[in-house]
Structures are given as structure tokens and as C-alpha cells.
Design a protein around this ligand. Structure first.
Ligand SMILES: Nc1nc2c(ncn2[C@@H]2O[C@H](COP(=O)(O)OP(=O)(O)O)[C@@H](O)[C@H]2O)c(=O)[nH]1
Ligand SMILES: [Mg+2]
Length: 410
């Protein structure tokens, strides 16, 4: 048998008594629409509140289009951006509206991080609920920015929520796992697959398929007469492809933890939290060094680019001086001692060029208008302020003021 162990966790939730305060861990829930992300966040919230002592999480709702949430988030994208307003003002459909709303919110994510970091001493878990449609978060720049900036300041883990009753067919199961695999590859963060809705469908079959690929291939091939073999009994192209992919997935399963929960009944949440705690160590050991190294490389590359353009400018200026000695006059003799002065000249020169070379189109009007979504203008109510202004109007009975209104109920 081709067995290996999918790390399942069976220990109970960690006690926080007598343990020095660790950094909070960010749990980013991701999953297909309807998999139960919001319900999961809600159950996790009530589960953590019911602990002794209670460990209330800090929750961020990043779904601008949700009409009802089964929990009270600490930060709600809907308070900052009105996705309907975004749709109206930028002539977008629902998906474009949600995506743009998330983009707008992301421009303020540094403020969100500040708020989150302020809670680091009192909170153990930061929980993120993401938009219903998975691709809005997983295939957008905003999703990557949010994930990366969180992961570079706090231990972070992906909770990939699976709708278990909907993945009992081997082909659907494989599609779902391939998607999970692509997210692991993109985020490079510790990964927990959460088989949800176990009150409706036990997740034993999924755990077994992950533990033993021969079992899974057996299930795949049991669909004989279902397009898996041709008229002569030979495996079809589709069958061979699925068999090969199941081998790829076998490798993927070795890198993740699987837990089974019911967000309806609360079953399995202690196992989930134990898996989160294990991910913290994984993050610190395997992921953090990589994140820091990547940051260092980025900083070095930036420095290099700056240095290169400075060197080129200095060369140009020396040539310029040779051709036209008047420009730098008597002050320039090409010695190192004079380099600082040249840099100052260069800076002035550069500043002038900035004004000439760059075009800011945000104030322009007309057909083909370029809209700088990050800049509020005097002539239109910016969608990021729409709701907070309304709120302030209601609260104060007057027109709205400036600034961003961040709700902090907790
Ligand atoms: N039976 C059952 N239903 C669930 C569970 N979790 C979520 N649901 C239902 O699945 C539907 C989608 O849930 P929701 O949290 O809105 O999904 P999201 O789009 O991923 O946020 C809702 O009708 C929930 O009541 C669960 O553990 N068991
Ligand atoms: Mg939801």
C-alpha cells in the first residue's frame, strides 16, 4: 500500500494559561462560494469566546457584497467601501464592483495592519473572512498584497474551507484539491484543509483518499463505463490524466494538515485550533526565514536600481561637463570630494525632471477618462467615504467630515 500520513491533529485546544504571550496568529479563510467561510468564522468566534478564559479573536470581514454576517466583525470592509456605489460610479458589474471595492480597501491596508498590531498584546487570533467567490481574493493583486503584508508582520496560516458534501465525487474532490494546491503555491504559507459540514457528510472518505493514493485511484477508476475506459477496455485519456494528477496531489498532501469540522455544530474546532498552533511553529521555522529573505532581496534590488541610476547620472554629468564646462563651472574638478555636490545637483535636476516627466491624469475629465481610484476628488463623493459619511451624517445630523471611519466594536 502506498500509505503516508496526512498530519491529522487530535490534541485538544492549547491552554493559554502559564504560557508567555505569543504573537497573534492570522487565520485567512479561503474557499469556494458557499463552502461555509463566514459560518466557519462565526463558529470559530463563538468557540473562542466560550474558552476558559475566553480568547476573543479580532475579525476582519473582507467581503464587500455580503448582506448578512453571522458575527460582528471588528473591521468590516462594508463600513469603508460601498460596493454598490463603486458599481454605479465606475459602471461595473457585481464582480468588478467587489474586486474594485477590495482594491480600494487594500490601499488602506497599512492602517488596518496598524490597528491589528495595536491588538497584538491582547488578542491571540486574527481571523479574515474573504469574499464569497474564491477568485476575487486568490487571483487579485489585492489578495496577494493583503496576504503578504499580513504574513510579513504576523504568523499566518491559510484555512482552506471545503464543502464536504459537495466533494464526494473523486473528480470534484481532485478539482478542489488542485485549486488548493495552486493557492499553497501562490501564498507559500502553512496550509490547513478544513473539511466543513461534517454534520451532513462525514469527511472520512476524504481523509482516506488523502492518506492513500491507491484508494483514491481505485475510486477514480471505479467509474468504469463512465468514460474511464474505451471500447477495448483501455484507459481513456481522461482516466490517465486523472491518475497522473492524483500522484501530483499525493505530493501536495504531504505539505498540509487536514481537519474535519462542522461549523453548524462546532464539532472538530479543538482539532482545528491545535492544527493552527502547529502551523505557527511551521511558519516560524520554514516560512518566516523565506519571507525575510525575499524582503531583503527586494530591498537590495531597489538599492541596486537606485545606485545604478545615480551612477549613470554621474557619468552623464561628467560627460556633460567635458562637453560644456560652463554648466558646473569652476566648482567641478572630478574629485571624490566634489561628488556630494554633484549629487545635490543631480537631486535638483531629478526633481525638475519629475515635474516634467510624470503625468498625473487623476484630475482629467472626458472620454476614456483615467480614474485614479486611490484619490478622492472634490467633485465626486469617493466610494470609500460614501458609507462613513452617511454614518457621520446620521450620527451628527450634519454633512460628513474628512478621514476614514474605522469601526472597532471589540
Ligand atoms: N449543514 C451545514 N451547513 C453549513 C455549515 N457551514 C455552512 N453551512 C451553510 O452553507 C451555506 C453557505 O455558508 P456561508 O458561510 O455563507 O459560505 P461562504 O460563501 O463560504 O461564506 C449557508 O447556508 C450555511 O448555513 C455546516 O457546517 N453544516
Ligand atoms: Mg461569506
Amino acid at each position: 500500500m502506498a500509505e503516508h500520513s496526512v498530519s491529522e491533529s487530535h490534541t485538544s485546544a492549547p491552554s493559554i494559561e502559564n504560557v508567555p504571550k505569543k504573537k497573534p496568529i492570522a487565520i485567512i479563510t479561503i474557499g469556494m462560494a458557499g463552502a461555509g467561510k463566514s459560518t466557519f468564522v462565526s463558529r470559530l468566534n463563538s468557540y473562542l469566546h466560550s474558552q476558559d478564559p475566553p480568547t476573543p479573536p479580532y475579525i476582519l470581514n473582507l467581503d464587500p457584497a455580503v448582506t448578512h454576517l453571522p458575527y460582528e466583525p471588528n473591521i468590516d470592509i462594508r463600513d469603508t467601501v460601498s460596493y454598490k456605489e463603486v458599481m454605479k460610479q465606475y459602471n461595473l458589474g457585481p464582480n468588478g464592483g467587489i474586486l474594485t471595492a477590495l482594491n480600494l480597501f487594500t490601499t488602506k491596508f497599512d492602517q488596518v495592519l496598524d490597528l491589528v498590531e495595536k491588538r497584538a498584546d491582547t488578542v491571540d487570533y486574527i481571523v479574515l473572512d474573504t469574499p464569497g467567490q474564491i477568485e476575487i481574493f486568490t487571483w487579485s493583486a489585492s489578495g496577494s498584497i493583503i496576504t503578504t503584508s499580513l504574513a510579513s508582520s504576523l504568523p499566518s496560516v491559510i484555512a482552506y474551507i471545503v464543502d464536504t458534501p459537495r466533494t464526494t465525487s473523486p473528480a470534484t474532490f481532485m478539482s478542489n484539491m488542485l485549486y488548493a494546491c495552486s493557492i499553497l503555491y501562490k501564498t507559500k504559507l502553512p496550509f490547513i484543509v478544513v473539511f466543513n459540514k461534517t454534520d451532513v457528510q462525514d469527511a472520512g472518505f476524504a481523509m482516506e483518499w488523502m492518506r492513500d493514493w491507491e484508494e483514491f485511484q481505485g475510486a477514480l477508476n471505479s467509474g468504469n463505463g463512465n468514460g474511464m475506459t474505451d471500447g477495448e477496455g483501455e484507459p481513456t485519456y481522461m482516466s490517465s490524466l486523472m491518475n497522473s494528477m492524483s500522484l501530483v496531489l499525493d505530493e501536495f498532501y504531504k505539505n498540509l494538515t487536514a481537519t474535519a469540522v462542522s461549523s453548524r455544530t462546532g464539532d472538530g474546532f479543538s482539532d482545528f485550533l491545535a492544527a493552527v498552533e502547529a502551523s505557527r511553529e511551521e511558519y516560524e521555522k520554514d516560512y518566516l526565514p523565506e519571507i525575510l529573505a525575499a524582503q531583503e532581496i527586494r530591498a537590495k534590488t531597489l538599492d541596486q536600481v537606485k545606485q545604478d541610476s545615480m551612477n549613470r547620472a554621474m557619468e552623464d554629468m561628467k560627460l556633460d561637463k567635458e562637453k560644456n564646462p560652463g554648466r558646473f563651472g569652476d566648482r567641478f574638478d572630478g574629485t571624490e570630494a566634489e561628488d556630494d555636490e554633484i549629487e545635490e545637483e543631480y537631486d535638483e535636476y531629478d526633481d525638475e525632471n519629475e515635474e516634467i516627466g510624470l503625468v498625473d491624469r487623476s484630475e482629467e475629465r472626458g472620454p476614456g477618462e483615467y480614474i485614479d481610484l486611490t484619490r478622492p476628488t472634490a467633485t465626486r463623493t469617493h466610494p470609500t467615504q460614501a458609507r462613513s459619511q452617511n454614518q457621520r451624517r446620521t450620527e451628527a445630523g450634519t454633512g460628513g467630515g474628512e478621514g476614514v471611519n474605522w469601526p472597532r466594536p471589540g
